[in-house]
Ligand binder design. Sequence first.
Ligand code: NDP
Length: 441
Amino acid sequence: MEVTERLWGRKTEATWSTVAGSLFLVSICPIWIIANWITLEYFGGSLYAFFSAVSSDGLIAFTQQYAPRPSLRASIGYACWLVFQATLYSLLPGPLSTGQLTPAGNLLKYKTNGLLAWVVTHLLTVLAATFGLLDLALIANHWEGLLVAVNVYGFLLAAFCLIKAHVLPSHPNDRKFSGSLIFDYFVGIELNPRFGELWDFKLFHNGRPGIVAWTLIDLSYTAFQYQNHGYISNSILIVDLFHTIYVVDFFINEDWYLRTIDMSHDHFGFYLGWGSVALLPTLYTIQVQYLARFPVDLTLPQVVAILSLGLGGYALFRSANHQKDVVRSTNGQCNIWGNRARYIRCSYKTEDGRTHESLLLTSGWWGFSRHTNYLGDLMQAFSMCAVCGFDNLMPWYYFLFIAAILFHRVLRDEGRCLKKYGKNWELYCSKVSWRLIPGIF
Ligand code: NDP
């Protein structure tokens, strides 16, 4: 069994291209999500109308007229939302789950009470609406101010994490300094920034202001559609269903999430911080924002086709992710598709010099291709967008975004796995030669 000596954590040194890329993404991503709102709000979702107005008004006049304005109510509301979620995260009971060994050899514990937080949040919202204390369309009606608030918080969060990494790191040996402030701000320095022993920035921000908000925003835009059009379209109900399945699945399997790339390998900076609090709630709900304004009524064959693809994608996604988790948690002593699991037993080193064992599954979905779980995600993302029809590109941004990040992940993850497992990764690639779809990619 070959043990690779090379370091397999995030690359340390920034190059001019990674710095330029970081600067580009930090600038363009917020502009993109704000432009999406302007296009929906003022230009009927038409990109052509949006760009025509930019070119006829000029960028400065256009920005002065259409840029979202901060609102005190939305800012206070958002601050209360963060405090409320932080309180639930801190106080609700939940099992203690274990993450994955970090490159420096740390094995962290996490309180996984996300499902309870999701249930409490949604229950309170529905109860408050039922008793007339809350307008369900509140979020949709205050979207402009919220858009400003989430962006401001996302930028401040990444800045706070950058400073914290220098002055008060949680796990000093799991920090990566690149030599570039911009690159460090973008990708983060600390792998697992925390307050105290258990209060984990990544788990909190991705799960709570990010994923709990996802279905709450859906609910709000569905109410908005009802209030403005007098009915609820089957298309928005199908998106709501797909999103709810995805979100509830995430929280039921919150323990599994601790061993995904986000949690195990990505450091916490703008990419994950701003991404979780600003991009996730605004881009991942783009279909409901679109449908609430421009309802689409699907025919029965369309409903059947979309539901089949989306639910099939979910089954594939869950089954592939489960197979990987179960083979490792049982140390290979399990059946996959009725047969004994096949795997490669391999070793790797952490930076403290210790050697550890791991398994690479080669049967089931992981023998079909090296990232079948991504294929399941892509099928779901496609279905979530297909409900909006093919007339407009905007609701398809979600699918395009997921396709881009998963394609990028395939490449960067395989580079990291090669560093971590060396020859055994090459052996795995020779046994399972396709990355996503056999015969295509
Ligand atoms: P994976 O859960 O596929 O994790 C990849 C890691 O698994 C590798 O780095 C390696 O880590 C380990 N691994 C690779 N091959 C094998 C194998 N054959 N057997 C056992 N372990 C293996 O990737 P992600 O964390 O990116 O994704 C998790 C899920 O989340 C996916 O379904 C994805 O589609 C979804 N996702 C959704 C996103 C969204 O925004 N909707 C964004 C990103 C992901 P190691 O050996 O170091 O443990």
